[in-house]
Design a protein around this ligand. Sequence first.
Ligand code: MN
Ligand code: MN
Length: 308
Amino acid sequence: MSKELVFGHQNPDTDAIVAAKAFSYLQNKLGYDTEAVALGNPNPETNFVLNYFDEPTPRVIKTASNEVDSVMLVDHNEFQQSVSDIKDVTITHVVDHHRISNFQTEQPLFYRAEPLGCCSTVIVKMFDENKIEIPAQLAGLMLSAIISDTLLLKSPTTTDQDKIAVKTLAEIADIDYEKYGIEMLKAGTNVAAKSDQELIDSDAKSFTMGGKSVRIDQINVVDFEDIDNRKDDIKNAMTKEAADKNYDLFLVLVTNVLNSDSKLLAVGEPLDAVEKAFNAKFANDTMPLPGVVSRKKQVVPPLTDALS
Ligand code: MN
Ligand code: MN
């Protein structure tokens, strides 16, 4: 069997990196020959996690077809979020927890999607189903991915299965997950260390909604002031990036991870559709979104509706 690469989405978050490592480990136990790689460098939160558990940083690839014929996707399926030459390789497996969009294959494949809070939770279930033990170090990584995706089990995307997985993994890794989780989330919020360009790019994803090209970034903070002070510069960077990359609409969701509230910054058109989506108004270019923390569940669906 020839080697396959396993990877999460571009601009990887902790789940994209960890789910690739976990799924690669599981598949190798089941007889495949895989390597977990990444489509970008880990963000500060993920670096904290990799350091904490003494886990090597994955190799970053730009293209896949130069080294393998087939690949396995985790934590994404939409082609515009995947490797640039995704159409030149065969997708043999997908394990994901997002909507399915802009995805098609020529060959039959293994596809598992569950509406859970984290892709790593789906993989925890697959370890269990296959009676493969999760090593302590990998349990720590997967625990971190679930904490990251669910904001310590507070996001509305959180399911009972995520909660069970966190407890199981915390036991295997022997970690006080609440204490560790706050430390980890804070490690990912150091916005002062990032340029405006880094801020608007590092957790951004592209979507097609009602024929519009929509870019949505999320910035985690522990204090909105960190962003308020730089709002004009950030908006200038968003305007320039939207022009360069032909985005109709560029949204940045600024999320306070300590109290689970967000503010939305937007440039482009149509802004009235954004106001309609959230039933709220922009004031000083900012829309308060109390209780909104999930791009996937609380931003993409209403925006898709409003733009369709
Ligand atoms: Mn992700
Ligand atoms: Mn995820």
